[in-house]
Design a protein around this ligand. Structure first.
Ligand code: GLC
Ligand code: GLC
Length: 811
């Protein structure tokens, strides 16, 4: 069952009912100011940090779900309704929500009044614009009373939710132009040099800034006293809960349309210019910002700029094929999600509250893989930020805070896969750009400038961190966990309130990870290549030798007979082996070891992937492990804390499915790779939205596995490494167009379903048009001609910036 449809021409998903199976959201903003907006106008916005600079209040895990947003109440002859349906839930004659790239437009219609609400964050500005267009489609004159409403968050979202003894007394506002501009200035009198405001470009009939005066103390959001009465109360908040609401009297003749622009802005003021006069804030920066968007033409221009911005970004990789689901995924929604994930890391979604996790070292490096072709300069900056938090011994803080860019001591370090992801990220960046100079950048350790070395030295310490931390079999020690945050083999937690992520009750140098071994072998060729490039031939030689050695170790002690083992636990017992009662096989090492090429020659790779098909594949994707753990195992940690079929205990992790998809292409089985991909790619799941429940335009982190009660149901959409890895899988390996150090590799492998297709790829200033005739002979070597001349192999040499290269590919 569907709840909307894709409008590819406008690059929009169009939701046609307010009653989707879960709030389906979008993101506004892509620089410093961001907003989340649901199809019912729910959500909030913030400046840079979702915890410390939150403008709007939002209550997570609320009843009913998704309350708090930008609401417009329309009182038409005594009946109150919202174009976004919420929060009054008054029936609408028509409803539509269009989520587009960086904007959302919600239209509701009732009794001849059509109200359309466009929301966007204009590029280059720190404001959310709400443009409300009201049209009278009836034959009567309409006298509408219209009320805007947002509730302010007192900046620190965590404190705002918890510290009532203080913050019920701190709220302060200012009112200007009879209420057309409402200022939120809580804590501005002391250490904050920023305030927020909500303006409308029209004369108002009244305003409110105090929530209780607007709603009534015991009323819900759907029965607010002021809109019901049809009159603002001109309340002035003092403490309690400041809000901003404009009251507008709107008279519309039959057929008439009126448009209002509301600006919800954030400004910072230099400390010595904070005040206009004692107690009165300096409003100049707000006035400047308001002036930029006070006319509908200015909003049109901002929309045009946004569209151009995205057209430019998306043109870096695009496909034309006969499969429209494939096209929209690759051309629009997957790169869009990669951008959002890159911006937000794992901070603010409808599953992440924006007050918890910082930027993950591992997560952010992986996000780069799907983002680097969009804005390489920002990827470069991110790499330097991440590397600056690394420890001198090559290990890494697991997370860092985006505002301070410092490592997060609460979570600390010890996730032994982390350092290797830095090499993956840097290699992806250099492949895209050819910017080897980044390796010479001086980058500190743990943000201490005195310790700075070249970035290459950071990579060296990353690589050697693995070699310095080998266990009894010669496999890498796992530390707190590897990619699977929940496989905590040194944790042994018996106390309910301990964090699995940070508790390490036994200091063991026994628990080993086959997954990290696969990563090590997988990244070694890149590391060796970069070492050679920098003139460290000995280091390159050593890396290759260590990688060969590790490959032998994996094939000897990391191989279970039919598939790769997952790990050895604290006691040296196998994890992910046929000898275990539960969780005999895990997805991660099968995907990563084969991606690294381990066992491809000897046939183990094929065996391992056949075992994945047989034991882990389901109708909705590949589960993480099988059989699931049914009991808590203190020696394994969080993984066994989840009920069977959810999350890391046999859920379908859409993040690691692409490893198997890529692995299938490594052994040339494109049909199977494409089939796996389609099972989790959201556009293909649209028809099953009632089962999947989340947005059909973005990936979710997890879909409940076959052992779960609610098999097929997704959770945790948007902010997940799934976005980047699936982009890599489909764009780089199935469609097969990927930048390499010395040229653009063209090697499609996706079976026979998609016959002819064209990929247009911009890279290092040149444009490549790659016409593929795909017979479906997956695994066969492609035949390429470049500008009419046949070439040997699959590497198209990089062309001069500015040139266009025509590639014909037959496979
Ligand atoms: C979450 C984390 C990621 C981890 C994965 C598996 O997606 O963000 O870092 O690798 O879970 O545990
Ligand atoms: C929990 C989740 C895992 C996530 C981690 C982040 O362990 O299961 O997916 O990576 O929290 O801290």
């Amino acid at each position: 069952m569907r709840f909307g449809y894709f409008d590819d021409t406008h690059r929009e998903y169009v939701i046609t009912t307010p009653k989707t199976p879960y709030p389906w959201i979008n993101y506004l903003g892509s620089e410093n100011f961001f907003a989340l907006v649901s199809h019912r106008a729910g959500g909030y916005c913030f400046y840079r940090d979702a915890r410390l600079r939150r403008l709007m209040r939002y209550r997570y895990n609320n009843v009913p779900t998704d309350v708090g947003g930008r609401y417009f109440y329309i009182n038409d002859g005594g009946e109150v309704w919202n174009p976004s349906f919420a929060p009054t839930n008054t029936a609408l004659d028509a409803f539509e929500c269009r989520h587009g790239l960086g904007y959302t437009r919600i239209t509701g219609e009732r009794k001849g009044v059509r109200a359309s609400l466009l929301m966007l964050v204009p590029t280059g500005h720190t404001a959310e614009i709400h443009q409300l267009t009201l049209k009278n489609e009836s034959s009567d004159v309409k006298n509408l009373k219209v009320f805007s409403l947002i509730e302010w968050c007192l900046w620190n979202a965590y404190d705002d939710m918890t510290n009532y003894q203080r913050n019920f007394s701190t709220g302060e506002v200012e009112i200007e132009k009879n209420g057309a501009t409402l200022y939120h200035k809580t804590e501005y009198r002391e250490r904050r040099d920023h305030y927020a405001f909500y303006n409308v470009n029209a004369d108002v009939a009244g305003y409110d800034t105090d929530r209780e005066s607007f709603l009534g103390l015991y009323n819900e959001w759907g029965e607010p006293q002021v809109p019901v009465k049809g009159q603002s109360s001109n309340s002035v908040a003092s403490g309690w809960q400041p809000i901003a609401s404009h009251g507008l009297d709107v008279k519309l003749a039959p057929g008439e349309t009126k448009t209002f622009v509301f600006t919800l802005g954030y400004v910072e003021v230099p400390r010595d210019q904070k005040w206009e006069k004692p107690g009165i804030i300096n409003k100049k920066p707000a006035h400047d910002l308001i002036a930029k968007f006070s006319k509908p033409e200015q909003v049109d221009a901002a929309m045009k700029a946004l569209a151009d911005h995205w057209s430019k970004l998306l043109s870096n990789y695009s496909i034309e094929s006969g499969d429209e689901k494939l096209n929209r995924t690759v051309n629009i929604w997957n790169p869009y999600q990669c951008m959002v994930t890159f911006n937000m890391s794992r901070s603010a979604s409808y599953f992440e509250t924006g007050i918890g996790r910082g930027m993950g070292f591992r997560d952010s490096n992986q996000d780069l893989l799907g983002f680097v072709h969009l804005v390489p300069e920002r990827a470069r900056e991110r790499i330097i930020d991440i590397a600056s938090t690394q420890f001198p011994d090559g290990s890494a803080y697991h997370q860092y805070q985006p505002l301070t860019k410092r490592g997060n001591n609460d979570v600390g370090s010890g996730f032994n896969d982390d350092p290797l992801w830095l090499i993956f990220g840097v290699a992806a960046y250099i492949r895209e750009t050819g910017d080897y100079a980044i390796l010479d950048e001086q980058v500190p350790y743990d943000n201490d400038p005195k310790t700075a070395t070249s970035l290459f030295e950071h990579l060296k310490r990353s690589f050697n961190h693995v070699l310095n931390n080998l266990g009894p079999h010669g496999l890498p020690l796992i530390g707190r966990a590897d990619w699977n945050d929940c496989l905590n083999l040194n944790c042994f937690s018996e106390t309910p309130d301990e964090s699995f992520q940070t508790t390490g009750n036994r200091v063991g140098r026994t628990a080993e990870s086959v997954f990290i071994a696969g990563m090590f072998v997988g990244v070694a060729p890149d590391y060796a290549y970069l070492a050679e490039k920098k003139g460290f031939a000995d280091e390159a030689k050593k890396a290759r030798a260590e990688s060969a050695k590790m490959t032998d170790v994996v094939l000897k002690d990391g191989w279970d007979g039919e598939w790769f083992l997952r790990a050895y636990d604290f006691f040296g017992k196998k994890v992910g082996s046929k000898e275990n009662k539960e969780a005999q096989i895990f997805i991660e090492p099968q995907g990563f070891c084969v991606m690294a090429g381990i066992g491809v020659e000897g046939g183990q790779a094929k065996k391992a992937l056949d075992a994945v098909k047989e034991r882990l594949d389901t109708k909705y994707g590949i589960v993480l492990n099988n059989p699931p753990y049914t009991e808590y195992h203190v020696e394994l940690g969080e993984i066994s804390s989840y009920p069977p079929g959810y999350k890391e205990n046999a859920g379908i992790f859409c993040h690691n499915n692409p490893w198997v998809i890529i692995a299938e292409t490594v052994i040339g089985r494109g049909d199977r790779a494409f089939e796996y991909w389609k099972k989790i790619a959201p556009a293909y799941l649209e028809e099953q939205s009632e089962v999947h429940r989340l947005e059909p335009y973005v990936y979710a982190q997890m879909i409940a596995g076959k052992d779960a009660v609610r098999h097929g149901e997704a959770k945790n959409s948007w902010l997940t490494g799934t976005a980047a890895w699936n982009f890599v899988a489909i764009a780089h390996y199935l469609l097969g167009v990927r930048p390499d150090f010395d040229g653009l590799r063209v090697h499609p492998c996706l079976g026979s379903e998609v016959g002819k297709f064209t990929v247009t790829r911009k890279c290092r200033g040149a444009e490549y048009r790659i016409h593929v005739k795909n017979s479906g002979q997956s695994g066969s070597a492609p035949k390429l001609t470049v500008d009419g001349k046949p070439i040997a192999g699959d590497l198209v040499p990089y062309a001069k910036a500015g040139s266009t290269v025509i590639v014909e590919c037959e496979v």
